[in-house]
Design a binder for this molecule. Structure first.
Ligand SMILES: CC(C)(COP(=O)(O)OP(=O)(O)OC[C@H]1O[C@@H](n2cnc3c(N)ncnc32)[C@H](O)[C@@H]1OP(=O)(O)O)[C@@H](O)C(=O)NCCC(=O)NCCS
Length: 183
């Protein structure tokens, strides 16, 4: 469990799969700037059992244990090296309360603390202002626009590429607070 101030991130377990499937199949949860997708429970269970390490999903939980969304990290394989990227979504009634920003900050702390990587990246539809704000508040910098990068609701869309480098992150922003408290 990665403990934050208002939310925790917990690795997704088998018992979370019914809710995960429900969220994946609900276009409202992933919002208008994520691909439209419908999945079966069987398909999701098979993927989960395969235990791929290329994508790691975490449930975003409030301190009372209620499940309010997802954040994941995944690896894109490029001949010159592996690229670490994150993605996230919150249920509609829990947006706009700072939880998205906190979840991203916790994930960035975790990735730089646990993996020997020099950068973490994220990409988002150019129209997705909430997501861009979250990334900027979490210390990411915009690198540019990738033209017609995402296939979204029947159309090719431009996307912004954001990244944070280890040297910009410098030190944990949230995870150490717990360490200091427990000392
Ligand atoms: C993107 C998302 C995770 C943001 O999470 P959140 O918890 O709502 O974001 P926060 O409350 O931390 O807000 C971050 C900032 O974005 C701003 N913001 C929120 N919605 C906005 C909007 N529609 N337009 C512009 N700014 C917006 C907030 O005001 C806040 O800035 P402030 O602190 O200066 O006021 C959430 O909107 C979501 O789940 N959207 C649907 C799925 C999605 O698009 N995922 C990202 C795919 S790349």
């Amino acid at each position: 469990m990665l403990e934050g101030i208002n939310v925790n991130l917990r690795v997704m377990e088998k018992e979370d799969l019914p809710l995960f499937v429900e969220w994946l199949n609900d276009p409202e949860v992933f919002g208008e700037y994520n691909p439209l997708r419908q999945v079966s429970k069987t398909e999701v269970e098979k993927d989960f059992e395969k235990g791929t390490i290329e994508i790691m999903d975490f449930i975003v939980e409030k301190k009372d244990g209620s499940k309010i969304g997802l954040i994941c990290h995944f690896t894109l394989v490029h001949p010159a090296g592996k690229i670490l990227e994150i993605g996230y979504s919150l249920v509609p009634n829990e947006r706009g309360k700072g939880y998205g920003t906190e979840a991203v900050k916790i994930m960035v702390d975790y990735l730089f603390l646990s993996k020997d990587v020099t950068r973490v990246q994220a990409c988002t539809d150019t129209r997705n202002l909430a997501s861009q704000k979250v990334l900027e508040k979490a210390g990411f910098k915009k690198e540019g626009t990738m033209r017609q990068y995402l296939f979204m609701r029947g159309q090719q869309r431009d996307a912004c590429l954001y990244s944070i480098l280890r040297k910009e992150w410098k030190e944990p922003k949230i995870l150490t607070k717990k360490v200091e408290k427990s000392k």
